[in-house]
Design a protein around this ligand. Sequence first.
Ligand SMILES: *Cc1c(COP(=O)(O)O)cnc(C)c1O
Length: 395
Amino acid sequence: MGKDYEKLAPKYRLLLGPGPVEVASRVLNVMSNPLYGHLDPKFLEITNETMKLLRYTFQTENQLTLPMSGTGSAGMETVMVNLLEEGDRAIICVNGVFGERMRDVASRCGAEVISVEAPWGKVIDPEDVRRAFKEAPGKVKLVGIVHAETSTGVKQPIEEISQIVKEHDALMVVDAVTSLGGVDLKIDEWGIDACYSGSQKALSCPPGLSPLTMGVKALEVIDNRKTKVQSWYLDLSMIKNYWSKERVYHHTAPINMIYALREALLMVYEEGLDERFRRHQLNSNAFVAGIEAMGMKMAVEEKEYRLPTLNAVKIPDEIDDYQVRSYLLDKYGIEIGGGLGDFKGKVWRVGLMGESSKRNNVILLLNALGDALMQQGYKVDFRLAIEAILDIYDI
Ligand SMILES: *Cc1c(COP(=O)(O)O)cnc(C)c1O
């Protein structure tokens, strides 16, 4: 056992996949601080500050803004189980794996789900959402959409769809797992009623928490439910009484994860949202320029709909997906993501989020990828990639 343990001791990896991503040492360090009890006044101060920092990051005044225990999927499930009841109608937008997952979760709540679809790699067309409302046989309670579709690298414009949702007096639900802290996301200004994210993506924290925010309209819907939320663990009507003045025990808060999230959010605050979005865009632009200079293409054709946090690259025809990813991992200790669903074997997913979004990482990855491709006989001059990105970085 002892020897095995040593053998399994984690080694350094450069995480450039869809998450988890790099975590700053100051975030890892606070996780080893002594534990407080979850009702200790000192810990409650930390939770208060965490909520404040989350409001800053979500760009919202919403009182109910807190980290749910669990990963991003727990946030998705929390929103759906609290807002939907048996027989409700929901429009779910699907153009990738996470839209599919949202549709699955909504239908498990007993809702009648209407899908609005777009091909993988394309955005959802607001007119299709308008048509879905028109054709729906009755009242639609909510519309769910993914802001940053991590399976395809699509950045979905939110405002126009949110406007349509408002016109029909429905709730706007947004999955911001791969955008919060890396891509502009304005909860209040864009009229988003409920939104959730994950700690291990652009916030650059270990996995385990799901930041969530809900506005008053969504809270009213919860207050007026006819039935109890079917999930005891994710019932916000109880959880909100811990994350407020009442401080009623519901389940034990994951103390050390909250230390970590607070520290990661402090880093977001210190950098400033505008600067952080600029950095993510710059590093993504450089990466894309390098990929294109090497003769490859991005999976999302239209530039304005590409996510800076998750860069999906089309795998050249003659190249073996798995061989390249194993080579990067074995020779360089670099992890990138493979394709999911329809994109399996067809794209690489390169995460440049949070701490991973750095100039040195872009340069290293392009070189390493060039090397891996040459090993498979792909003709590429990756000096061209370096020239292309030096222009972008202006060095
Ligand atoms: C990662 C991700 C999720 C799920 O998050 P987990 O932390 O893996 O549970 C949901 N939606 C999107 C868009 C994601 O990228």
